[in-house]
Design a protein around this ligand. Sequence first.
Ligand code: ADP
Ligand code: MG
Length: 258
Amino acid sequence: MTQTETQAVTQTVAQPTTQTDLMIELKDVFKVYDMGGTDVAALDGVDVRVGRGEFVSVVGSSGSGKSTLLHILGCLDTATAGSYLLEGQDVTHLPDRELSRVRNRAFGFIFQAYNLLPDLSALENVEQTLLYAGIGAKERRERGVRALEQVGLGDRLRHFPSQLSGGQQQRVAIARALINNPTLLLADEPTGNLNSEAGDGILEALVELHRAGMSIVMVTHDPRVAATAERRIVMQDGKMVKDEAVLERTKLGMTTAA
Ligand SMILES: Nc1ncnc2c1ncn2[C@@H]1O[C@H](COP(=O)(O)OP(=O)(O)O)[C@@H](O)[C@H]1O
Ligand SMILES: [Mg+2]
């Protein structure tokens, strides 16, 4: 490919061009489930590359394979066939223990359900992750406070989940995902349980994190949510049918308060 052609491709799909920029490379990935004799291909030959600092959305209807893709990206699951390079390391066939080490080092996860522990304060929920990493109380506290401040919850440290709105609980979950300084944030329907105003708040937080340099892959079934990212991958029946730059990004905070 000539230099000009390379640039043209970069502009169309915003794909990384140099090896150092490349964070994730999935090649011809299949995930096949055996459903009592019939094979169901949740992923059917998917190629994805994600570069450092990108904000990518994965959109498609229910059952198209979005969550399966995210689970494989996040090393929560492994592919039936194909290969996965994470920052140049082949993680395709790592044993479970290695995989969980990679997972804890590299990724921050946000799910539709906030999964906060009800008996712990916001700060304790966020700090929890660092306990397992063997980090001392003082540093845990400092990092926890910083992460909560980063998502605008510096004044809610002692609140319990039941004393926070849905949007605030999801912010705590984002802070928890950030606490280990992940290289990539993976979000599966992060606004799925929220009204559009609270959802926009979460998307704004993600846009802000991306602006500060965070790499993000976000799964959603909602085209409006998907268009907050700068690049969009469209899934259909386990296949990637589109990989394109988002030309008109969703303007957040434009929904009327319900
Ligand atoms: N653990 C599983 N066992 C069997 N089939 C599964 C499993 N997980 C997902 N599938 C199937 O794979 C397809 C893709 O699922 P999923 O990735 O959850 O889709 P999406 O997140 O886009 O809604 C669906 O047809 C689903 O039923
Ligand atoms: Mg899903």
